[in-house]
Design a protein around this ligand. Structure first.
Ligand SMILES: Nc1ncnc2c1ncn2[C@@H]1O[C@H](COP(=O)(O)OP(=O)(O)O)[C@@H](O)[C@H]1O
Ligand SMILES: [Mg+2]
Length: 284
């Protein structure tokens, strides 16, 4: 893409990502604008009329919503929708963000496929009899937080205590899953349906939780057919631009952990020793 504008919308000032985005756009002749949703008032056409030159022409704009994790907000969707109405091309449709940004919503969405998912519960009424396991469990926030929002609960008594505590605070924004023992954690990066990276981390006993900033991740040796089948299945649901699928595995058993519409790039870049954003922006 040359002579076109790329607008990246984000709420987190991830310096690595933004610097790479600037560097790669410049190299490719892409006019990059980074916005925070809170910087624009709606309707966008009025905002643009009042502040000419601040934002590029939507008709010549490709719009990438990179708001995810703890910081998403319905206002982001309104901003994205307004760009789309004015003629911008969204790299992910509004529905894609809607379906994947919330962990329980994502679970219901993926359940329409025959995937090896972790049984997931949303229990605002504390009906823990619904859970077919005696523990351990994990509770995790509906919004991903690079592992920070995930806690381990050893047994049903601990689960009950946790549900009592959270209900007394009037907060039900979390899901419950059985704790799965696993050997490996995998991340596949998928760009317009094709796998462009496969990373693996062996479970160590230092901590049960992993994330991609951890240095022990490495490039996986060979593609796993079963994983590729699962990628195909997830691709059939809708078109997605650039995303990650996380798996855990034990022996030959593979389980989908989560699908992430805004994967980080710093870890993968360091492992692959090249800029993933070059691949990503070359197909917009
Ligand atoms: N059901 C589970 N059983 C065992 N470990 C889990 C489970 N769910 C999450 N974890 C661990 O916690 C980490 C973070 O969980 P994840 O669902 O990916 O949340 P986030 O969106 O914050 O990345 C995972 O990478 C994994 O190591
Ligand atoms: Mg994760």
């Amino acid at each position: 893409m040359t002579g076109k504008n790329l607008v990246i919308m984000t709420r987190t000032s991830n310096i690595y990502f933004l610097n790479k985005a600037k560097e790669v756009s410049k190299k490719m002749g892409i006019q990059l604008t980074v916005i925070e949703p809170s910087e624009v008032d709606l309707p966008l056409e009025k905002f643009m009329e009042k502040y000419p030159g601040r934002l590029p022409d939507p008709k010549k704009t490709i719009f990438w919503n990179r708001v995810a994790g703890t910081s998403y907000n319905d206002y982001d969707q309104l901003v994205a929708k307004n760009w789309q109405i004015l003629g911008a091309e969204l790299l992910n449709s509004l529905n894609v963000h809607h379906h994947y940004r919330d962990k329980f919503h994502q679970y219901l969405h993926l359940k329409s496929l025959n995937l090896p998912l972790i049984n997931t519960y949303y229990l605002p009424n504390m009906n823990l009899e619904m859970v077919n396991s005696n523990g351990p469990f994990v509770a995790k926030t509906l919004r991903g937080a690079k592992g920070k929002g995930v806690v381990k609960l050893e047994d049903k008594a601990a689960l009950k205590d946790f549900l009592t505590l959270t209900s007394s605070m009037g907060d039900t924004r979390f899901i419950i899953q059985p704790f799965i023992e696993y050997q490996y954690e995998h991340r596949l990066l998928v760009l317009k349906g094709k796998v462009i990276g496969h990373f693996i981390k062996e479970n160590s006993n230092e901590h049960w939780k992993h994330n991609l900033s951890n240095a022990q991740w490495k490039k996986a040796e060979k593609a796993n057919e079963r994983m590729l089948d699962i990628v195909e299945e997830i691709n059939t649901l809708e078109q997605k631009f650039f995303y990650a699928i996380d798996f855990i595995s034990k022996n030959d058993e593979l389980t989908v952990l989560e699908v992430n519409m805004c994967p980080g790039i710093e870890g993968p870049d360091a492992i692959l020793e090249h800029s993933i954003l070059e691949n990503v922006l070359s197909v917009i």
